[in-house]
Design a binder for this molecule. Structure first.
Ligand code: IDP
Length: 140
């Protein structure tokens, strides 16, 4: 399996509880390398664009409000099979269903405030990375 990149967000519920380092430790222990990282406050426009695929879902307004409620840490992760490797270590969307040792099992508060985002395909990873990073801000 080739080296791959994926896009990650440490969400406001986690930055609020000062969990960036704890989550990064789980990411690095899983063999993923953090090759780009920036702490930002997402604008309404950025959040709506990022989650546009969910705009017809009943929780869209709540999701955009949550993602703009505090700082987030956007990240580029690199590793073998990184998209799947990160989804595995994130755990299920709902922390009640997440496996032991996963980030969401350890730290998520609810299905909405679930601490992390990770791309669901290599194609989306590429689009999401390009929404938040230029190549000059990534060093593998
Ligand atoms: P994922 O983040 O595990 O890929 P998605 O189904 O793509 O899950 O949903 C995107 C995000 O939308 C979730 O991570 C979560 O923050 C939020 N979300 C998903 N389902 C619900 C829900 O039923 N209520 C509130 N927020 C939700």
């Amino acid at each position: 399996m080739a080296t791959q990149r994926t896009f990650s967000i440490i969400k406001p519920d986690a930055t609020e509880r000062n969990l960036t380092g704890a989550i990064n430790a789980v990411i690095e222990k899983a063999g993923l390398r953090i090759i780009g990282q920036r702490r930002i406050k997402m604008t309404q426009e950025q959040a709506e664009r990022f989650y546009a695929v969910h705009k017809e879902r009943p929780f869209f307004g709540e999701l955009v409000e949550f993602m703009t409620s505090g700082p987030v840490v956007v990240q580029v992760l690199e590793g073998e099979n990184a998209v799947k490797a990160y989804r595995d270590v994130m755990g299920a969307t709902n922390p009640a269903d997440a496996a032991d040792g996963t980030i969401r099992k350890l730290y998520a508060k609810s299905i909405g405030e679930n601490s992390v985002h990770g791309s669901d395909s290599e194609e989306n990873a590429d689009l999401e990375i390009r929404q938040f990073f230029s190549e000059a801000d990534i060093a593998g």
